[in-house]
Design a protein around this ligand. Structure first.
Ligand code: SF4
Ligand code: SF4
Length: 666
């Protein structure tokens, strides 16, 4: 690629006039940088201190920093090609730190890296490899942004981005070109000055553009709240959430200035994808606009001119935005903070919302049904009462205790637990875990529910909770911590996967291999066995293994990182097929964030979009692991899909193989 034995050429001597010019240009560039950067820094530091923020333990922070910033792993994993292109640019910049310091030092006569020395030559060549990768990377990103133009980047062409890409390309090309000229060649001096000007212009414009993320995002990633979708506690009685500039915290302001406007959050947002007002990228840019125009001392509302009040209430809290963001922006604390502000000031008026809040303030469940309904179900399903001696407290939740389909799932889970010999019981009195009010921003009602439940569980001497609902699991494990120490809690998929070798299986699968589960790889073997044995098991439909598509619930996948366990359960019941969007990229069902209890959605229904996607796999059964997803798909399939697939919770795939049929009938 380079002429053999070539070394980087450098001008040998700089006149006094050149040195003076260099000093003036560096000073001008640094001043232009600082004048804007100090404004940003001041706005961040003038913002409120974050309640409940701890720097320690530092180990996880360092690891996240290495993983996300140094290795660029998140960017690459989520979008491999553009991610790699971006990583090459980033790594190129890192490799160039030493080269650039030497560049300016040599202009002033203090160069410390000699291209003729062994180390100098090694390092310049090392940087040249990165320069080449960086030039290719930035060219690729330019093509993507200006020619391919994914719609998530927005309608407007960003000439700023084009100019920055040009400067980076110029930096790399002038560096590489220096390998093809001699020290004494006048072209060497020209290349040196063009390279210098490109660096100084680049430095000057960084804080004036979205490329400020180059400086801020390492800090944003390092200073995360320490976990996915961490809702910070309110800072005392005077804190009502995000209402005005004075409520913006340092982390929120830092994050608002860090956004690189890549649109990944919007690309994966179920609300944005179904024609709603909510656009997570615009929420962040709205806050940035507010900070730029009014600053963190302003008493003006954060909603209105800068962000619509309706948008945060269209959020399902699925977390796809926060999960995708490459610069560590935490959307959920912001969205829920805005909801808190609107709910606590009474600015949000919604009939369904008011009804829900009242039901949970006065009663025990989000459906607004009398608690006696739950008692009747417990009796009918013959569920044992938890007395402190059993291993598990089986948490019913609002869906398991009051919703007809949720009750069926609980009854089936109880049968499977009986089959496995697990000891469990249900609380005599149980209130909603508080998930919908927590996510809708009603802290007062959430506190009441969390405290009442914590007390009931402590009185019952509960050590372990098990639940069919990922929303309950998350809320009990993480959100209740604000008001006490919750017992250990797990989702039924985790329990079932742990007992996978004892689960009853369809004859078709057991015939193939009683030791290992059927994977896509050995599907045809299992199918043949099913056919040849004339399997009559319910899962073997028309002599074939049942094709089951699994929908990853957001609160089990992204929130809890549980992906394998439900799949293990499904593979013991049939042939697992994957949806086009699965695992961490799963598309929400639309129920979360309390939305399932609010009125009709605007635009397309999220649940219908997802249900259609699941149906498109050709599966004969849709398996869920969340009663909310189940409820949403039940409606979506009934509404729109002819010859709809079966819809079952993962535990129902197991329960139907049990020798005894369930006693519970609605
Ligand atoms: S949490 Fe989900 S619905 Fe809410 S803004 Fe983010 S991606 Fe959209
Ligand atoms: S918030 Fe994050 S994901 Fe969304 S546009 Fe900004 S940088 Fe990209």
């Amino acid at each position: 690629m380079f002429p053999l034995n070539a070394t980087l050429a450098e001008p040998q001597h700089f006149s006094l006039a050149e040195k003076l010019l260099l000093v003036v240009l560096v000073a001008a560039s640094a001043t232009a940088f600082w004048l804007r950067f100090r404004v940003v820094l001041r706005k961040i530091l003038q913002s409120k201190i974050d309640a409940g923020f701890h720097l320690f333990p530092i180990g996880k922070r360092l690891w996240d920093f290495l993983w996300e910033v140094a290795f660029q792993a998140k960017v690459i994993r989520q979008r491999p090609l553009p991610g790699l292109a971006h990583a090459f640019v980033f790594w190129g910049f890192c490799a160039f730190v030493l080269v650039t310091l030497n560049h300016f030092a040599s202009g002033l006569g203090f160069g410390f890296l000699d291209p003729a020395s062994r180390f100098g030559r090694f390092y310049f060549d090392f940087a040249a490899v990165f320069a080449l990768a960086c030039a290719v990377g930035i060219f690729g990103l330019f093509v993507r942004r200006f020619l391919v133009r994914p719609k998530w980047l927005g309608e407007k062409l960003s000439y700023q981005s084009g100019f920055i890409a040009f400067l980076i390309f110029l930096l790399m090309v002038t560096y590489l070109a220096s390998y093809f000229v001699a020290d004494a060649d006048p072209a060497t001096r020209l290349l040196w000055w063009v390279h210098t000007l490109a660096i100084l212009i680049f430095l000057a414009i960084i804080p004036h553009t979205k490329h400020l993320h180059l400086v801020l995002s390492p800090a944003t990633v390092f200073l995360s709240r320490g976990g996915f979708s961490q809702i910070p506690p309110l800072a005392g009685d005077e804190d009502f959430g995000l209402i005005a500039g004075t409520d913006l915290t340092r982390l929120v302001s830092l994050q608002a200035f860090s956004c690189v406007e890549c649109g990944r959050c919007t690309e994966h947002c179920p609300a944005s994808n179904t024609g709603k007002l909510l656009n997570p990228k615009e929420i962040i840019l709205g806050l940035r606009g507010y900070l730029n125009d009014l600053g963190p001392a302003s008493e003006d509302s954060l909603l209105g001119k800068y962000n619509s009040q309706d948008a945060p209430f269209q959020c399902t809290t699925c977390g796809a935005c926060e999960f995708q963001c490459p610069v560590g922006i935490e959307h959920l604390p912001i969205l829920i903070g805005l909801r808190r502000g609107a709910v606590n000031t009474g600015a949000w008026q919604d009939d369904y919302g008011s009804k829900l809040f009242l039901a949970l303030e006065r009663g025990s469940n989000a459906h607004g049904l009398p608690a006696s309904e739950r008692d009747k179900f417990i009796e009918k399903a013959a569920l044992p009462i938890f007395d402190g001696t059993q291993e598990f407290c089986l948490w019913l939740g609002c869906m398991g205790g009051y919703d007809p389909k949720g009750r069926e799932i609980i009854a089936d889970f109880a049968r499977v637990m009986n089959f496995l010999g697990a000891s469990y019981g249900v609380l005599r009195k149980e209130k909603c875990c508080g998930d919908p009010v927590r996510r809708l921003g009603n802290d007062l009602v959430f506190q009441q529910l969390a405290e009442a439940n914590l007390e009931a569980l402590a009185q019952a001497k509960t050590k372990k909770i098990i639940s069919i609902c990922p929303h309950c699991v998350r809320t009990i494990q993480e959100d209740w911590k604000e008001y006490g120490t919750p017992p250990a809690v797990e989702h039924h998929s985790e329990f079932l996967a742990r007992h996978a070798d004892k689960l009853p299986r369809p004859t078709s699968i057991a015939a193939v291999n009683s030791e290992s589960f059927v994977s896509g790889h050995d599907f045809s073997r299992a199918e043949n066995a099913a056919n040849s044995s004339g399997a009559l098991a319910p899962a073997a439909m028309s002599g074939k293994l049942e094709k089951i598509v699994y929908h990853d619930p957001c609160y089990l996948g992204r929130y809890r990182n549980v992906y394998k366990q439900p799949r293990t359960v499904i593979k013991s019941a049939g042939h697992l097929v994957e949806a086009p969007r699965s695992h961490a990229r799963s598309f929400c069902c639309g129920a979360g964030g309390g939305l399932v209890f609010l009125g009709e959605e605007t635009g397309e229904r999220v649940g219908q979009v997802r249900a259609a996607e699941l149906v498109s796999t050709g599966a004969t059964t849709i398996a869920t692991a969340c009663p909310f997803c189940n409820g949403i798909f039940r409606d979506a399939l009934a509404d729109k899909v002819e010859a709809a697939p079966h819809l079952l919770d993962i535990v129902q795939l197991i329960a139907r193989e049990l020798p005894e049929r369930g006693q519970y009938k609605r």
